[in-house]
Design a binder for this molecule. Sequence first.
Ligand code: NAD
Ligand code: ZN
Length: 367
Amino acid sequence: MIGDLLITGIKNVRNIQQYIIGNGALSDLPNLLEMKRNQNNKVVFFIDEFYKDKNIEQRIGVQTNDKVIFISTHDEPTTGYIDSIIDLLKKQLTVNPVAVVGMGGGITMDTTKAVSNLLTNNGRAKDYQGWDLVKNPAVYKIAIPTISGTGAEATRTCVMTNQKTGLKLGMNSDYTVFDQIIMDPDLTITVPRNQYFYTGMDAYIHCIEALNGSYRNPIGDAYSAQTLSLCREIFFDDEMMSNENRSKLMVASYLGGCAIATSYVGVIHPFSAALSVVLGLHHCVANCITMRAMNEFYPDEYSEFWSMVEKQSIVVPIGVSANLTDEQFQQLYSAMIVHERPLTNALGNKFKSILTKNKVIELYMMM
Ligand code: NAD
Ligand code: ZN
């Protein structure tokens, strides 16, 4: 066995151990933690900055000795940022926490995953960017998604950018998978509309890429098909943020995450990742911007995507490459073409002859 691939080249898939879903499910958190707590060990909470000064500590049963770290969502996680949290925790804690809890969107959940791995594995975050490099099981971790779509609650990775090398890659490992998820659709009511759409669309995009790829998994296909069906119901509905639709999107996000854990993404994510690395655009809005140039690769989904944008009156930024220098286009090409697994999944192993530098620049000019 090589990592998650068996000698047959087939993936050995790990799913989340336990999940709870339902309105008000958040109030189960203190009881779940109580089962883990002991005399010496604390719980460390990573909470999206949106919840600062909103009395969240009381709602989720934070105790005196626990540690709460509010996570800024201004920038997506870098390896340096993860290392700085580890350094802080190692200074402040004498023993590892009994649990870590990540409450927020993909940024907060990925931070939680990376930190829980590094608490039990020596070294720095960059040492574990790749596939199956994490040696020891991580600290027990719980995810509480507060915005739906990335599927970060269900996947075996935590995306981080290494600012020195420009590499945007996560710790792909079975140890990265959360032990418990609490999905409470009440939490997503406060998400701004555009952001709800951008992040929700990540689930849609993961699944169109997976279903159009060549590395397929029959269970992954079923997860993808159901995710897409839910996304269509939600984003063609008059009120995409109704109670019912927010609940459906939480399911779609989870299923989309399970889908992607069995297969790979395609052309959209590499283009989007380069926009994040070079221009600092956030993942989900960068995906939507990338869709401007994807007619050639995903024609049916391209039309469907833009119909949903129109139906929901969403603003997708345009003109991001209008004033770029030749050097920046070169950087975009380099940061995009390194994503060999998804590009091979989408275009075969001759992907570099399809995505020549000129072609890639031409596509970026459409955004
Ligand atoms: P995010 O964490 O980037 O947050 C987006 C915004 O929504 C922030 O401003 C945040 O404060 C706000 N927000 C979150 N919940 C809210 C709520 N309930 N009410 C009001 N505002 C709220 O969100 P995202 O789009 O879920 O995550 C993107 C990140 O996920 C990127 O870093 C990306 O690389 C990562 N990602 C990870 C995986 C994975 O498998 N690990 C998959 C896809 C994307
Ligand atoms: Zn994504």
